[in-house]
Design a protein around this ligand. Structure first.
Ligand SMILES: Nc1ncnc2c1ncn2[C@@H]1O[C@H](COP(=O)(O)OP(=O)(O)OP(=O)(O)O)[C@@H](O)[C@H]1O
Ligand SMILES: [Mg+2]
Length: 355
């Protein structure tokens, strides 16, 4: 039966004084695919290792189904872990690798054989029982590591960048399969990645980490559409961030550019940052006039063909540089560097950030 996890104000200061994790608080629900996402060094692995029991928090508590496990040793936590480098035993066969956790638990031979067979079938490796890791592809080794983790029917599965070493195509396939397996088994899964597309594609919810802290926890759509901080807006996908002074219902971001604020944000004074996604901006041939607050004139500086879409960098008359993404719909006009264009957007698409 899979479990919920509560991380209550957990910090980790390593010997030497590195504060790797700083007052992290989050709840992982039973059966949830929960990702820890953030740049290198932000404390993802440290957080995962504390959940697994390989590191002890300097302060705070970790609870599983409400029970405090902060000081329970790793092998008594009933958790499966998949490491970034797979960490398979090179001299043992696939079947022996998968059987490892079951042997440790002292199960009889027949039970072990049956469980190993079922786990290998689950990750579609039947028939490769007698190979050694060096005789497998990267994706197959990854599946062995996965089978080894799930064969013990863990309450929680912890994965540290498990797909990092795979090429893009295989990686996407494994993303899909891992997600399917997780849902089928009803597993609580904590998944570490620094790849924002991977986190958006796979997760029920994501915790975005930065410098040992959690910046925001939310569903992929919440994290993408309503980032609450500049860091999250910037880290997840391409975005335009403007910082300026409120002037009535508008934001004056300098160099002659005025943005009409969303209806919910028209009150207030002072300095404010807002984000506007490139795909929320429409690009049209240079219009006669531009509606103040929700459009601007500019010149295409460069274009980046993405296949299904085109990403433009446009320099506005006052000097701001803005990213604009347009679908490559066949009907939509493609612009080239030097073209005069007009940008249009809807004020409600501006997302106000707390810095
Ligand atoms: N055993 C250790 N002793 C001292 N400092 C450590 C130790 N392990 C990690 N750190 C430091 O703690 C911080 C967080 O490291 P961590 O491995 O948790 O980051 P991460 O988010 O997993 O990064 P990456 O994406 O590169 O794997 C880093 O500054 C790292 O140098
Ligand atoms: Mg790491």
């Amino acid at each position: 039966m899979s479990a919920s996890i509560e991380i209550a104000g957990v910090s980790k200061v390593y010997d030497g004084g590195v504060r790797a994790v700083d007052a992290v608080a989050m709840d992982v629900r039973q059966g949830e695919f929960f990702s820890l996402l953030g740049p290198s060094g932000c404390g993802k692995t440290t957080t995962l290792r504390m959940i697994a029991g390989f590191e002890t928090p300097s302060s705070g508590a970790i609870r599983v189904d409400g029970a405090d496990i902060t000081h329970v040793p790793a092998h008594k936590r009933d958790m499966g872990m998949v490491f970034q480098n797979y960490a398979l035993f090179p001299h043992r066969t696939v079947a022996e690798n998968v059987a490892f956790g079951l042997r440790m638990r002292g199960l009889d031979k027949a039970t072990i054989a049956a469980k190993v067979k079922a786990a290998l079938a689950m990750v579609e490796l039947s028939g490769l029982e007698d190979r050694r890791p060096a005789q497998l592809s990267g994706g197959q080794q990854q599946r062995v590591a996965l089978a080894r983790a799930i064969v013990i029917a863990p309450r929680v599965l912890l994965c540290d960048e498990p797909l990092g070493a795979l090429d893009k195509k295989l990686r996407q396939q494994m993303q899909f399969e891992l997600k399917q397996l997780q849902k089928k088994l009803g597993l609580t899964l904590v998944f570490v990645t620094h790849d924002q597309e991977e986190a958006l594609a796979m997760s029920d919810r994501i915790a975005v980490m930065n410098g040992g802290r959690v910046e925001q926890v939310g569903t992929p759509t919440e994290i993408y559409n309503q980032p609450t901080t500049r860091f999250v807006a910037d880290f997840i996908g391409d975005t335009n961030i403007f910082r300026g002074e409120r002037v009535g219902p508008n934001l004056d971001v300098g160099k002659g550019l005025i943005l009409a604020l969303p209806p919910s944000e028209m009150q207030g004074t002072g300095v404010l940052s807002v984000a506007l996604r490139p795909e929320k901006i429409r690009l049209i041939p240079r219009a006669e006039s531009a509606a103040a607050g929700s459009s601007a004139h500019g010149i295409v500086e460069n274009t980046n063909f993405l296949g299904g879409a085109v990403l433009y960098r446009v320099e506005l008359a006052g000097g701001h540089r803005v990213l604009v993404q347009q679908p490559n719909a066949g009907t939509s006009r493609l612009f080239v560097p030097g073209n005069g264009v007009t940008l249009e957007w809807t004020p409600a698409d501006l997302v106000v950030l707390k810095d």
